[in-house]
Write a protein that binds this ligand. Sequence first.
Ligand SMILES: Nc1nc2c(ncn2[C@@H]2O[C@H](COP(=O)(O)OP(=O)(O)OP(=O)(O)O)[C@@H](O)[C@H]2O)c(=O)[nH]1
Ligand SMILES: [Mg+2]
Ligand SMILES: [Zn+2]
Length: 351
Amino acid sequence: MSEPEPIERLRRIGWRGDALPGAGLRLARVVAQHRAGYELHDGETLFSAQPDGHFLKRGLDPAARPVVGDFVELAPGRPPHIVKVLARRTVLSRAAAGERYERQLIATNIDYVLVLTGLDGDFNPARIERYLSLTEGSGAQPVVLLSKLDTREDAAAQIDALRARLPAGTPVHALNSKDPASVAQLAAYLQPGDSAVLVGSSGAGKSTLTNTLLGTARMATAAVRSHDSRGRHTTTHRALLQLPSGGCLIDTPGMRELKLTGEENLDLFADIEALAGQCRFADCGHGSEPGCAVQAALASGELTPGRWRNFLKLHDEREEQAATLEARLRRQRGGRPIERPHGHRGQRERE
Ligand SMILES: Nc1nc2c(ncn2[C@@H]2O[C@H](COP(=O)(O)OP(=O)(O)OP(=O)(O)O)[C@@H](O)[C@H]2O)c(=O)[nH]1
Ligand SMILES: [Mg+2]
Ligand SMILES: [Zn+2]
């Protein structure tokens, strides 16, 4: 029996490249990160590795360190050492909680971001929009999943209203995560070589869905609190798993806070920005000004108050984070002005 070629092996773990590292180095994917080091997989074997010393230097941008989903080059040793993180195809990140601005990577080299929400007390369209905003800059495609369909007889109207609220073309799947037949509707996102990351609140059912897709109860799960459907933060580490379908899935711990990074475009709300562009006054505050297209849309029901409020909140947060990010980059470059990471299409640009 012949050994599979390294490239063929790496394809199984989601690798898309075609150039292997130079002599003496090998390539593998980060599947887990623990305090004591990393767990890697090369498509055939699972093994431990340590980061090279330069990754531990103080002051290094945490985004430069290996994270789950990364493909890395390893130098031999016991254990092997991660010497390099390969360029990331896609990156899902958020701003870390707390005062200091810091970008925190959730997963890399993923094709799909599966935004999971329970159809129980977890259901919250504004939060789903927040997740979708974070996904926008990632390069991965968002997919909205609504779990616990089996616990509801009357969810149809709720699901239709959510579909109408989200941009046309956003995939929305309602499912029972415990039922393999129901979960089969996700097959298109988990083809051989595909990588997906599951995100959502604690208790939404990320690990339950992961287990059904795996066909085995690998991840621990726990019942939610009955009065408010909150989970118990059962999963504590991100884990990349190979599915029988040939796809890779990253299960993540439920996130308590989802701060924007400031790099989002809020394309999700492009229709609202277009509306605002139709107001009579270019500097319209969308309050009681005459000729306000936003107020008109709210009055006609074309725009719902909930979506408008959420847009304002995310827009302000994005602007604030973008300013913090800009100031930080300027400091790092010794006071010289920098270009913004993305074009922003705020109202001010209409002047
Ligand atoms: N009836 C039903 N129960 C579900 C479904 N999905 C998840 N659950 C239940 O919801 C509870 C929480 O599920 P978990 O999979 O632990 O949730 P999680 O998102 O992984 O939570 P954290 O790891 O804490 O972030 C468990 O009791 C599951 O059995 C579903 O589709 N239907
Ligand atoms: Mg979990
Ligand atoms: Zn207006």
